[in-house]
Design a protein around this ligand. Structure first.
Ligand SMILES: Cc1cc2nc3c(=O)[nH]c(=O)nc-3n(C[C@H](O)[C@H](O)[C@H](O)COP(=O)(O)O)c2cc1C
Ligand SMILES: Nc1ncnc2c1ncn2[C@@H]1O[C@H](COP(=O)(O)OP(=O)(O)OP(=O)(O)O)[C@@H](O)[C@H]1O
Length: 143
C-alpha cells in the first residue's frame, strides 16, 4: 500500500523554506497530502494575506505535493481521519507537540508516526526564508 505523509502549515507567500519542508516530507513516504491552515485558525501570528483557496492552489502546484486541501474549521484531526496517513511531518518550528498529537491520534484509533522536519538554512546571503521576512521587506521598501 502507498505510504501517505501529511504536512501542514499556513503557506502564505511561498518561499524556499516551504519547498524544503514539503520535499523533505514527500521523501518520508510515497504520496504527500498537505493541509493548509484556515485563515480563521491562524491565531498565533498575523492572518495570512492570501485567501484559503489561493494558498491551497499554490501548494497544490508544487512538484512534491500530490494533494492539498484547506483544513477543517474546528477539528484538526478530521482531515487526518480522511487521509489515514502513515506519517505526519511537523515543520521545524511548528508549535504542535509531537507526543500530544500521537496520543490524540491513538485515542481516535489512528496509528501514525509523528516526525519533525529540518530547517532550511539560507543558501545565499539575501535568501528570505519566512513569509514574515518577505512582508517586512515589502513594507520597508515599498512604503
Ligand atoms: C496534524 C495537524 C493537522 C492540522 N489540521 C488542520 C486543519 O484541519 N485545519 C486548520 O485550519 N489547521 C490545521 N492544522 C494547523 C495548521 O496547519 C497550522 O499548524 C497552524 O494553524 C498554522 O501555523 P504554522 O503555519 O505556523 O504552523 C493542523 C496541524 C496539525 C499538526
Ligand atoms: N526556512 C524554513 N525551513 C524549513 N521549513 C520551513 C521554513 N519556513 C517555513 N517552514 C515550514 O513550512 C510550513 C509552513 O510554514 P509557515 O507558512 O507558517 O511559514 P513561515 O514562512 O515561517 O511563516 P511566518 O513567517 O509567517 O511565521 C511549516 O511547517 C514550517 O515549519
Amino acid at each position: 500500500m502507498t505510504a501517505r505523509v501529511v504536512a501542514q502549515g499556513t503557506f502564505d507567500l511561498l518561499h524556499p523554506g516551504h519547498v524544503h519542508y514539503l520535499e523533505e516530507a514527500a521523501a518520508m513516504g510515497e504520496a504527500l497530502h498537505v493541509i493548509v491552515a484556515r485563515r480563521d485558525n491562524v491565531t498565533h501570528k498575523e492572518s495570512p494575506v492570501l485567501s484559503n483557496r489561493q494558498r491551497r492552489d499554490m501548494v497544490a502546484a508544487l512538484d512534491a505535493v500530490d494533494d492539498a486541501r484547506v483544513g477543517h474549521p474546528t477539528d484538526i484531526f478530521a482531515p487526518i481521519e480522511e487521509i489515514e496517513p502513515d506519517v505526519i511531518a511537523l515543520g521545524y518550528d511548528q508549535h504542535h507537540d509531537a507526543d500530544a498529537i500521537e496520543a490524540a491520534l491513538r485515542e481516535r484509533g489512528l496509528d501514525c508516526d509523528v516526525r519533525r522536519a529540518s530547517a532550511r538554512d539560507p543558501a545565499y546571503e539575501d535568501e528570505l526564508l519566512s513569509t514574515g521576512a518577505i512582508i517586512d521587506r515589502i513594507l520597508a521598501e515599498r512604503a
